[in-house]
Design a protein. Structure first.
Length: 460
């Protein structure tokens, strides 16, 4: 949520090295303090807003120019020490020529001046060689000559001239000033590389979840997993008032593994439905609304009422998120399915093994490209538009890539009725033979053949 307590905010300001008085720190924290039903004490100071306000200085060009004016390398030639007094015009032209050669050598050989003297300037270990303040950008004349990278390409007199140009009042050499001037004419040291930024295309597809409320989707997921919500909420409600905070609602959804089914907009709409004026979430009303899929409140007052058990239609919003197709697209999809159905019946080819080869986890889904490959391997003569029509119908996972091949096979090559009956008998529990009773439901004696079929066959 991007908030912290006032004490933690003051401690963080102190850790940043900012020396503020106690009154200034309280005034700063009071400026960024938030109030509202979703703000839980003591975390009331919005440090994210504070960081955003501070970071605005990096996006403001005027502020950047003011900062650059504080440095010595604000413009070409400005870093040349004022202690230097030019002798004549020829020496000035010679200095510019040497500086141009130095920049060309750095560009050709990929050398940077600053890292060569960093160890002498920023070493954390005490050493007699550090005669200048740390991070001051200065070294002695001997250190500058010893680490100079182009001793073979440039003469000693040229190096001496550079030392004189960038000399300080104390006799040291300001290598950082020379580095800044050379860097102004050099290109970016980072090597260019090809990039492919992600540009998502606008998706105008209408999905089934857009017309289903978030409570119905949570209800379908609860029915699918047979989850009990009330006990999880009561762990945060010791007084059994039937309310909890929005943060505790998120915790319950995370514990029950429901948070991945709800995005930020869905959570906001859920809070708008069950949030009280004091900022607490009425979880008791929410649980009663979800439990309507299992039972009905006040059922004991209506003994003759019949409740239906949850069916696959109740859990469909949790398992499927299909596209909303126009009647013309549905008709085109039907013609493509008819073509594939005729192809399968004429050649008697099995399609399921082709899909299971790609579906190693047995999810019942393959990608759109894998489906296109299977169609091409089987020589079904389907173009890209036909494959698109099928994917629009059977991509029911809320995206355009996951293809539900089990639904597709059920529609294209359904099993025969006797095969389906045999599969049902094989998967159902064993039931031994049991002869019929002598009396029917009305109390009348049944015929011999219908009451005991085994007697009519001559077994008894």
């Amino acid at each position: 949520h991007g908030r912290c307590s006032e004490a933690n905010f003051s401690r963080a300001i102190g850790n940043l090295g900012m020396r503020f008085s106690e009154a200034e720190t309280k005034l700063l924290s009071a400026h960024f303090t938030e109030h509202g039903p979703r703000v839980s004490k003591p975390s009331v100071v919005n440090y994210m807003h504070f960081c955003t306000e501070v970071d605005k200085i990096f996006a403001d060009e005027v502020s950047q120019e003011n900062i650059r004016s504080m440095f010595m390398s604000s413009s070409p030639g400005s870093t040349v020490m004022s202690s230097f007094v030019a002798n004549d015009i020829e020496e000035e032209e010679r200095f510019l020529h040497i500086l141009h050669r130095l920049a060309a050598l750095c560009k050709a050989k990929g050398v940077e001046i600053k890292p060569l003297y960093t160890d002498l300037d920023r070493s954390s270990t005490p050493s007699p060689s550090m005669l200048n303040p740390r991070r001051g950008g200065k070294v002695t004349r001997q250190q500058f000559k010893r680490n100079f990278p182009f001793k073979k390409e440039m003469t000693d007199s040229d190096i001496e001239l550079l030392c004189d140009k960038y000399a300080t009042k104390s006799g040291d050499v300001h290598f950082m000033a020379m580095h800044n001037e050379i860097s102004e004419v050099l290109p970016d040291p980072a090597q260019p590389f090809p990039s492919s930024p992600l540009h998502l295309r606008p998706d105008d597809t209408e999905w089934a979840h857009a017309s289903i409320s978030v409570v119905q989707r949570i209800q379908a997921k609860v029915v699918e997993k047979r989850i009990r919500l009330k006990e999880q909420f009561q762990d945060f409600d010791a007084l059994r008032k039937g309310t909890c905070t929005p943060g505790q609602v998120k915790a319950v959804f995370t514990i029950l593994n429901l948070s991945k089914e709800i995005d930020r907009n869905d959570f906001e709409s859920l809070l708008s439905m069950f949030l009280q004026d004091d900022g607490l979430f009425k979880y008791q009303a929410f649980v009663e609304e979800v439990d309507k899929a299992f039972t009905r409140k006040g059922l004991e007052l209506d003994p003759l009422a019949n409740l239906e058990m949850p069916s696959p239609e109740h859990t469909s919003p949790a398992r499927r998120n299909t596209m909303r197709l126009s009647p013309s697209k549905i008709a085109k999809t039907g013609r493509v399915e008819l073509k594939i159905r005729s192809f399968v019946r004429q050649r008697r080819c099995e399609m399921k093994p082709m899909f299971t080869d790609f579906d190693k986890a047995n999810r019942g889904y393959v990608t759109r490209n894998q489906f296109h490959r299977i169609v091409s391997i089987m020589n079904m003569d389907l173009d890209e538009k036909a494959v698109g029509y099928l994917c629009n119908t059977y991509c029911d996972f809320g995206n355009h890539s996951d293809f539900n091949y089990k639904r597709f096979l059920t529609s294209i090559d359904p099993p025969a009725r006797d095969v389906e009956t045999a599969m049902l008998e094989m998967t159902s529990p064993f039931m031994a033979f049991r002869p019929k009773l002598y009396f029917n439901g009305r109390g009348k004696v049944m015929a011999k053949s219908s009451s005991s079929p085994m007697l009519s066959t001559g077994i008894w």
